[in-house]
Unconditional design. Structure first.
Length: 174
C-alpha cells in the first residue's frame, strides 16, 4: 500500500513539476512502447537511449511501463494475431524477406508475430496518446492541481516526517 502511495505521489509531483508537457507526454509514450512490447527487444534498447539523450520524465516512463506491461499481458493474443496477419500478407513478403536477410533488421526480431504486432500497435497508439497526454497535463495544471493539494490525504502525507525528509533530500539532489 505504501509503495502505491509513493508512486501516486511521484505521479502527482511529475504532473505539477516544472517539466514541459511534451517531456511528460514523451515519457508516457516511451513507457507505453516499452510496456506493450516484449522487454528484451532491440527497439526498447533504442528507446532507452532516447530516454537518456532526450530530457523526459523518467518517473512517468516507469509509471507508464508498469501500467502497459499489465495491459500487454492481456493483449498478447491480439498482438500475435495482428503480427501473423502482417507477416502473412502477400504484398509485404519481399519486405519481410529482405529484413530477415539483413543482420541489422534481424536483430529487431520483427519476424516474431508478437514483437511486430505489439510494436506496430504501440506506434499506432502513440500517435493519439502524445497529444492527449499534453492536453491532460495542461488541464491538470490549470484546473485539478489546486484541488488535489486540498485533499485530506495529500495534507496528511505532507504533514508526515517522511515527507519533510523527502523534501530535504529532493532539494539536496537538485
Amino acid at each position: 500500500m505504501l509503495i502505491i502511495l509513493k508512486y501516486v505521489a511521484r505521479l502527482l509531483k511529475a504532473l505539477s513539476s516544472e517539466a514541459k508537457p511534451w517531456q511528460i507526454a514523451l515519457g508516457f509514450v516511451f513507457g507505453m512502447i516499452i510496456g506493450l512490447t516484449p522487454l528484451f527487444s532491440f527497439h526498447n534498447l533504442a528507446i532507452l537511449l532516447l530516454i537518456i539523450v532526450i530530457k523526459v520524465n523518467v518517473g512517468i516512463v516507469i509509471f507508464s511501463f508498469l501500467i502497459f506491461s499489465g495491459i500487454a499481458y492481456l493483449a498478447d493474443p491480439a498482438f500475435h494475431n495482428f503480427g501473423t496477419w502482417l507477416l502473412e500478407k502477400e504484398s509485404y513478403q519481399s519486405l519481410w524477406i529482405n529484413m530477415y536477410n539483413n543482420e541489422w533488421w534481424a536483430m529487431t526480431r520483427f519476424y516474431n508475430t508478437v514483437v511486430i504486432g505489439s510494436f506496430l500497435s504501440a506506434i499506432i497508439l502513440s500517435v493519439p496518446a502524445f497529444p492527449l497526454v499534453i492536453i491532460f497535463v495542461n488541464q491538470y495544471r490549470k484546473h485539478i492541481h489546486e484541488r488535489v493539494q486540498k485533499w485530506k490525504l495529500v495534507k496528511a502525507l505532507k504533514g508526515t516526517k517522511l515527507y519533510s525528509v523527502y523534501q530535504t533530500v529532493s532539494r539536496v539532489r537538485g
